[in-house]
Design a protein around this ligand. Structure first.
Ligand code: NAD
Length: 264
């Protein structure tokens, strides 16, 4: 089995990463940054998102596991003192994976540029660069509403506990292949109206946003922020690809939600 490690830059994370590398090489596992079977992230959820984005081109051949060096992460769910246990599991146990759905988005432009496409593990957000965000929201090609406000957040089930949750979205179990749309400060009065509730779309539905008054947007994909100019439309759907988590111990989703937000 080939492995690589993506670690946060602080000394603690770098030390843990060094330990994991030495232990795994002692077990004769091969370090391989180009074609790893397993990617170990050491840091926080941000580090995990970074590791994911680095290997989106080979998701079907790569499994991910996260060690947290700060507070319990959603993706980074192994603690530093469990590193020996984790290494033995990686080296000796058959690799078992759990697959979670992802978000695929396409950005189309008004000029002759080819569309851009991205995969998100948590979410994509769209906001204006300045002024009110105005978008026609289409679901399955039919106009649903004209949204005015600060922006929209489209999340995966595993991303539903991140930015989406702060926007009042629901927590969705990752066994449901779906995407969730949450509003950011919509304008609602006698003239302008939006649904006001988060929407959950199944995998055979597509969400399309079409600009009305301005065509430049700030589009974020997980931790990556991009400026998109002259946008014609942005399309979102459940991706065909899935992310594969290496699972060496049971840690059910609802336990993770409880431990992250309610109590240990
Ligand atoms: P970061 O690593 O500091 O992450 C921000 C926080 O989000 C951390 O506490 C992290 O543990 C938590 N987090 C990330 N993914 C999560 C998930 N799936 N479930 C529960 N908590 C999760 O910052 P970053 O590297 O820039 O991470 C980017 C993420 O930050 C984005 O994907 C977005 O979800 C999140 N974010 C949240 C808010 C908000 O809650 N208001 C605003 C902006 C971004």
């Amino acid at each position: 089995m080939k492995f690589t490690i993506i670690a946060k830059e602080d000394d603690h994370s770098q030390n843990i990463a060094g330990k994991i590398r030495t232990y795994l090489e002692d077990f004769e596992l091969a370090w391989n940054e180009e074609e790893p079977d397993i990617v170990i992230s050491v840091g926080g959820d941000g580090t995990f998102l970074n590791a994911f984005q680095k290997y989106t081109h080979r998701l079907d051949q790569t499994a991910f596991v996260g060690v947290h060096t700060g507070h319990l992460g959603f993706y980074a769910d192994w603690r530093p003192f469990e590193v020996e246990k984790l290494v033995i599991a990686i080296a000796k146990k058959p690799l078992q994976v759990v697959e979670y759905p992802l978000l695929r988005l396409f950005i189309y432009y008004n000029d002759e540029r080819e569309p851009e496409t991205y995969l998100a593990l948590n979410e994509a957000t769209v906001k204006t660069v300045e002024g009110t965000f105005v978008m026609d929201v289409e679901i399955k090609g039919e106009l649903f509403e004209r949204f005015r406000g600060d922006g929209l957040c489209v999340s995966t089930p595993s991303g539903s506990t991140a930015y989406n949750k702060a926007l009042g979205g629901a927590i969705i179990h990752p066994s449901l292949p779906s995407i969730q749309i949450a509003e950011m400060a919509s304008i609602n009065n006698r003239v302008f109206r939006t649904i006001g509730s988060p929407l959950v779309l199944p995998s055979h539905h597509t969400l399309t946003l079409k600009p009305v008054t301005q065509f430049d947007f700030q589009v974020s994909i997980d931790y990556i922020s991009t400026l998109q100019k002259n946008v014609k439309a942005i399309e979102f759907r459940v991706a065909e690809e899935k992310v594969r988590f290496a699972r060496f111990k049971p840690f059910p989703f609802w336990s993770r939600v409880r431990q992250s937000f309610i109590a240990d």
